[in-house]
Ligand binder design. Structure first.
Ligand SMILES: NC(=O)c1ccc[n+]([C@@H]2O[C@H](COP(=O)([O-])OP(=O)(O)OC[C@H]3O[C@@H](n4cnc5c(N)ncnc54)[C@H](O)[C@@H]3O)[C@@H](O)[C@H]2O)c1
Length: 247
């Protein structure tokens, strides 16, 4: 029987690359997103991860149609660019609701189906960010939300481990998706800033959605059977490089 995998926010970019990676391995992939996928080969279940009713409906659908859930990838996330002084409580809550409460609700309601005895090595992969480890300007709530995802990953590993579920996070660095466009468009010289951002990476390039997908596939595989409660940084060496004026 193929593994059953659910990817939140899987309709485009990083989430879609993850969905495509699992599908290429023969898994049955369900995309749970507020909008339909750009690749219509997938089963789509319209889901708002911040809404408990919506998450429960997704899990009921997976239970009745597949009877198992092997892998949960909590990828859905949003970012807003607002200085702390200008941020409303509604803006704060919106980011926290999707990025943190969404991970909690999915993790909570996936438990019973992931532990029904059918999955051989169930696993959860959360997508956090290097912004949970260091700050970019105007990203306070986003950074706080991703730090919370990393922390929640530790607790999930602790509580779910005895039930056979491993849980890890991936902290992507700069992945080349439209997610970063609003931020980049604030710079007057876009070509220059693109080059400068590239130069922050010892590997000499920006990240691709496939870089995150490949890591998710590994973390959800039996080869990663002794890895849980970890946050794996996938950032082309950017976090290993101390800032210094160019020689
Ligand atoms: N792109 C990057 O550089 C980068 C870096 C670090 C971390 N990340 C994280 O990776 C993840 C994916 O990033 P991306 O670049 O593919 O972003 P994206 O905006 O292209 O995709 C996010 C997806 O989440 C969906 N989504 C939004 N709100 C939702 C909700 N309430 N319920 C269900 N789905 C919802 C969107 O419809 C979209 O399909 C996010 O969690 C993001 O924070 C991205």
């Amino acid at each position: 029987m193929p593994r059953v995998v659910v990817v939140t926010g899987g309709s485009q970019n990083i989430g879609l690359a993850i969905a495509e990676g699992f599908a290429a391995e023969g898994a049955q992939v369900i995309i749970a997103d507020i909008q339909p996928p750009t690749n219509s080969d997938f089963i789509f279940h319209e889901t708002n991860v911040a809404d408990e009713f919506s998450v429960k409906s997704l899990m009921a659908h997976i239970e009745s149609d597949f009877g198992r859930l092997d892998v949960l990838v909590n990828n859905a996330g949003i970012c807003i660019e607002v200085p702390i002084q200008d941020m409303s409580t509604e803006q704060w809550d919106r980011v926290m609701d999707i990025n943190v409460k969404g991970v909690f609700l999915m993790t909570k309601h996936a438990f019973s189906i992931m532990t029904n005895g059918i999955s051989e090595s169930p696993a959860i992969v959360n997508i956090s960010s290097i912004e949970g480890l260091g700050a970019n300007p105007q990203h306070s709530v986003y950074g706080a939300s991703k730090g919370a995802v990393a922390s929640f990953t530790h607790n999930t590993a602790l509580e779910y481990g005895p039930h056979g579920i491993r849980c890890n996070a991936i902290a992507p660095g700069w992945i080349n998706t439209p997610f970063n466009e609003k931020f980049l468009n604030q710079y007057p010289n876009r070509a220059k800033v693109d080059d400068e951002i590239k130069s922050l990476h010892p590997v000499g390039r920006l990240g691709l959605p496939e870089d995150i997908a490949n890591t998710a596939l590994y973390l959800a595989s039996p080869q990663a059977g002794f890895i849980t409660g970890q946050e794996i940084i996938v950032a082309g060496g950017r976090m290993a490089k101390l800032p210094l004026p160019k020689l």
